[in-house]
Design a protein around this ligand. Structure first.
Ligand code: NAD
Length: 496
């Protein structure tokens, strides 16, 4: 399908289209200032995005607020149909969106970006079909009285995105928010905004103007103006623990709900009876090595039963050595780059800490690219850290890079305790063929998303969200839409 919005069909022209602009009330609105977005694989300037301050942010919120009243009156099924139509248009233009995403995130087009657009469209389509499920209840009270609950939209939702998987995380927020009758002001990640703008503008074509608005800017000015605005009725945020805490404080001061999807340090427990081939493949996909480990759900603490340690290390070494690290736009590439120099420095610091630890072993795999067209700084080899004490920062803190800790275990009670010895609680996985071990461990692991014999990513109909400092609330699923994007009103009618 050709896009009916009049913009050119190359990634470069798409990026130029959103130069220093926001998308407010269905139109491009120039911002007063801009910020640079770099291509992490080459170090070159990719484009200039809007650096919105309070003026632009307030303008977006006022427009969203005006549009929301009429949007709420559109029957829920009709709202859903429009979102589903937008999802199909996104799927039809997936390649262009993926090409933009690969340029701004450094993620490989084949292993990451195409899949991300497809999953994001699937999430929107899933929510588009759920309009008719926004049901209340009737409550038995008295034969001549009608007591019922109805689900209402909240108003204007502020949705704030990180850079690592902006489209999937954006779809998980705007899909349910819109179908439930809210309007949305979506703040793109300033590190990787352009694919988010394109994705949203294609969806906007199927929505009344102002129902979905996209702004870009940094957290300090744009993010703060957004969360503090009195017309924001709900904040849905995915990002770091530190910013999540700040946002929760703002929400508390205004007494509005906030959903927070924050960091993780997810354990993967490999039992003696596990299928080793599947486990090795699961460790590589679970650690998201093809996304340079930049995943909140990354299986970044791998606990291997001591009887399998040698075989596991041999097999994972062979598999990791086969991953091709290089140009994100090359179809042969499996692994691209870290997002930016700041994040690379964070990851390097963790590896240096491991290097300076007695008894630690640092293993790296594969080959760095030698293509002179690429800037070498942000490429990094998949890395496994062994022999670290359990209280080492590399074991306890989120690294958010291609670095996993591998520890051996022998006592089941001990490994469950080690897996739970974290303030995070996002995800966990257990690898065993024993049903009793699976049942026991899944009930005892302190994480919101626990899998057995797999490390799959988000599914639209399966609720996902962390315990502890990994966050508050769920995303994906019907329950998440009802719980986090509607309010329940109780109505009691008396005809006695
Ligand atoms: P970040 O917290 O630095 O930024 C996230 C977003 O918040 C950005 O859009 C940023 O501009 C904005 N922001 C920053 N300060 C703000 C403020 N004071 N008020 C409002 N908005 C503000 O995170 P990041 O570096 O973009 O992403 C990486 C982090 O995200 C990691 O910690 C990772 O674990 C987490 N993450 C979590 C999930 C999940 O589902 N749990 C998914 C992806 C990423």
């Amino acid at each position: 399908m050709t896009l009916s919005i009049a913009f050119p069909n190359t990634p470069e022209d798409v990026i130029a289209r959103y130069a220093q602009a926001n998308l407010i009330s269905g139109a491009l609105q120039p911002a007063q200032e801009s910020l640079d977005v770099l291509n992490p694989a080459t170090g070159a300037l990719l484009g200039k995005a809007a650096a919105s301050g309070a003026d632009e942010t307030n303008f977006a919120i006022e427009n969203a607020s005006k549009a929301q009243a009429d949007w709420a009156k559109v029957p829920a099924r009709e709202r859903g149909k429009r979102v589903a139509a937008g999802a199909r248009a996104i799927a039809q233009n997936a390649e262009l969106i993926a090409q933009v995403l690969a340029r701004e995130t450094g993620k490989a087009i084949r292993t990451e970006c195409r899949g991300e657009v497809a999953v994001a469209a699937e999430i929107l389509e899933f929510y588009g079909n759920l309009g008719s499920e926004l049901k209340g209840q009737t409550i038995p009270y008295n034969p001549r009285m009608l007591t019922m609950t109805t689900l209402e939209p909240l108003g204007v939702v502020a949705a704030i995105l990180p850079w690592n998987v902006p489209l999937v995380l954006g779809a998980l927020k705007i899909g349910p928010a819109l179908v439930a009758g809210n309007s949305v002001v979506l703040k793109a990640s300033e590190e990787a905004p352009f694919a988010t703008f394109l994705f949203a503008e294609i969806l906007m074509e199927h929505l009344p103007a102002g129902v979905l608005n996209v702004i870009n800017g940094d957290g300090a000015r744009c993010g703060t103006a957004l969360t503090h605005h009195p017309k924001i009725a709900k904040i849905t945020f995915t990002g770091s623990e530190a910013v999540g805490q700040k946002i929760y404080e703002v929400a508390a001061s205004k007494i509005i709900p906030a959903s927070l999807e924050l960091g993780g340090k997810s354990p993967m427990i490999i039992c003696e009876d596990a299928d080793l081939e599947k486990t090795v493949a699961g460790a590589i996909s679970g650690m998201r090595f093809t996304r340079q480990g930049q995943s909140c759900t990354a299986a970044s603490r791998i606990y291997v039963h001591e009887s399998l340690m040698g075989a596991f290390m041999d097999k994972i070494g062979v598999a990791l050595n086969k991953l091709k690290i290089g140009d994100p736009l090359d179809e042969a590439t499996d692994v691209g780059t870290i997002i930016n120099a700041k994040q690379k420095a964070v990851v390097d610091r963790f590896v240096d800490l491991a290097k300076n630890t007695d008894g630690a072993e640092i293993k790296t795999y594969g080959t760095l690219p030698s293509d002179p067209a690429l800037a070498p700084e942000l490429f990094m080899l998949p890395t496994l850290l062994l022999g670290l004490p359990e209280d080492h920062p590399c074991v306890t803190q989120e690294i958010f890079g291609p670095v996993a800790v591998v520890q051996s275990w022998s006592d089941y009670e001990d490994v469950i305790a080690r897996a739970n010895a974290t303030h995070y609680g996002l995800a966990a996985s257990v690898w065993t063929r024993n049903l009793s071990t699976a049942l026991d461990s899944t009930s005892r692991l302190n994480a919101g998303y626990v899998q057995v014999n797999q490390n799959l990513t988000i599914q639209p109909n399966v609720s996902y969200g962390g315990f502890g400092r990994s966050g508050l609330g769920k995303e994906a699923s019907l329950e998440a839409m009802v719980e986090h994007f509607t309010r329940s009103k109780t109505i009691v009618m008396n005809f006695d």
